[in-house]
Design a protein around this ligand. Structure first.
Ligand code: 7XF
Length: 409
């Protein structure tokens, strides 16, 4: 159904149909999974022509595969992009993009707070290859401008950032990048293309951990990239093919396509439940601070309204009594699972300083705005009241370890 790529179809329609050419599949509604690493040539010349790009067609699944091809077309259609690329993981997507853009002597401007392994790749990895990393507060436009120069090849950020929920003004940063001919790369994992559309706001590339909302069921690891055909060809043929080899498995592509069919439905529920939970947490006497873009008290509420369709399914918060009290709360939970990752049907809770962001040293966490007591909750698809009841039970446990804590403190 090629025409379903068209913008005249709604998001959910594109997420279900786009990219499926329905060719030669015996009428199967769900396309077959091409579990083949290689593809047979009719002649030696045909093989040579495919390698040289003179004839379109698959030749090896590290470069392209029919099942990945449908997912890539479908994802491009929902991201509002010319092209997309499937990778083995979110980190595979990020590294395939950056290795194809950067070379020794280049500079890159990145947001102060990023997912732990992205930070480690940049600060401890790329910096070993004579690539200068400028880590700046993206809310401070003068700070961003002060590090820009012709040496800067790209600006990279997450919005909201993992784990502290800081937003970055996509349109504003993309404008600055354009002045210096730098690419704007947005990690859109938290929002997905349903809640945020960075490419329409001026960004050049989006990267996504498909492990999260896109797959949506906690049963796979994958990554997606979206952007212009030219850039994506470069990322496929240089970054993915030669530099990382981080290609997605065909079965994973099939699972992600199943996930995408319910993405809009699931995101609506994640957002509704997170809003309900965030409001209750904010009103709880043992909760010190809640970071959720849907709350009027969120210090970037206006920006959230401007660039997010809904406030998302992720909440960060701190409890009175700090890390020790937070651990007591987490260890008392029974429905909400203590686990990293996010965007699953199951609600997941974790402690960034000791888990997802342990690649930062204590000093680095302090400098990068990740507090030691912060707790991150991925609000799942369970009955919202059940999630709340579990949290209330956890919060009540704080009183048992610190009975002196006053409900009013
Ligand atoms: O390689 P992955 O599929 O795990 O994706 C990496 C990644 C990239 N960007 C963002 C914003 C992410 O959150 C992630 C993975 N984050 C998980 C988490 O924060 O729970 C990883 C668990 S250690």
């Amino acid at each position: 159904m090629e025409s379903s790529n068209s913008r005249s179809f709604g998001f959910a329609t594109r997420a279900i149909h786009a990219g499926d050419t329905q060719s030669d599949n015996h009428g199967a509604l769900v396309p077959p999974v091409y579990m083949s690493s290689t593809f047979v040539f009719e002649s030696t010349k045909q093989g040579a022509d495919r390698f040289e790009g003179l004839e379109l067609g698959h030749f090896y699944s590290r470069v392209s595969n029919p099942t990945l091809d449908i997912l890539e077309r479908r994802f491009a259609a929902i991201a509002g992009a010319e092209a997309a690329l499937a990778c083995a993981s979110g980190m595979g997507a990020i590294t395939s993009v950056l290795w194809s853009i950067l070379q020794a002597g280049d500079e890159i401007v990145v947001a102060k707070t990023l997912y732990g392994c992205t930070f480690a790749f940049l600060e401890h990895g790329l910096s070993k290859f004579d690539i200068k990393i400028h880590s700046v507060d993206m809310c401070n436009i003068e700070a961003v401008q002060s590090v820009m120069s012709d040496k800067v090849k790209c600006i990279f950020f997450e919005t909201p950032s993992n784990p502290n929920m800081e937003l970055v003004d996509i349109a504003q940063i993309s404008q600055i990048a354009k002045v210096y001919d730098a690419l704007t790369i947005v990690d859109n994992t938290y929002c997905t293309p349903y809640l945020s559309r960075p490419l329409e706001l001026g960004a050049d590339i989006t990267v996504h951990s498909a492990t999260k909302y896109l797959g949506g069921h906690g049963d796979l690891v994958g990554g997606m990239v979206a952007g212009s055909q030219d850039l994506l060809t470069q990322v496929r043929l240089v970054g993915l093919k030669d530099m990382t080899g981080a290609v997605m498995a065909p079965l994973t592509a099939h699972q992600i396509m199943r996930g995408l069919k319910t993405l809009e439905l699931r995101m609506d529920r994640h957002c509704g439940s997170a809003m309900f939970i965030a409001k209750k947490l904010e009103a709880h006497p043992l909760v010190a601070k809640v970071y959720y873009p849907g709350l009027k008290t969120f210090n970037q509420y206006d920006l959230a309204q401007q660039q997010m369709l809904k406030p998302g399914g992720m909440i960060a918060f701190e409890v009175i009594g700090g890390k020790q009290a937070g651990v007591a709360m987490m260890d008392t939970l029974t429905l909400i699972k203590r686990a990293v990752s996010l965007g699953d049907p199951d609600s997941l809770i974790q402690h960034p300083a000791s888990m997802t962001h342990s690649a930062y040293s204590v000093k680095e966490r302090k400098a990068h705005g990740i507090s030691e007591g912060l707790i991150r909750l991925s609000v799942g698809l369970e009955t919202p009241q059940d999630i709340l009841d579990d949290l209330a039970k956890g919060l009540a446990a704080i009183k048992t370890i610190a009975p002196t804590l006053s409900m009013a403190s």
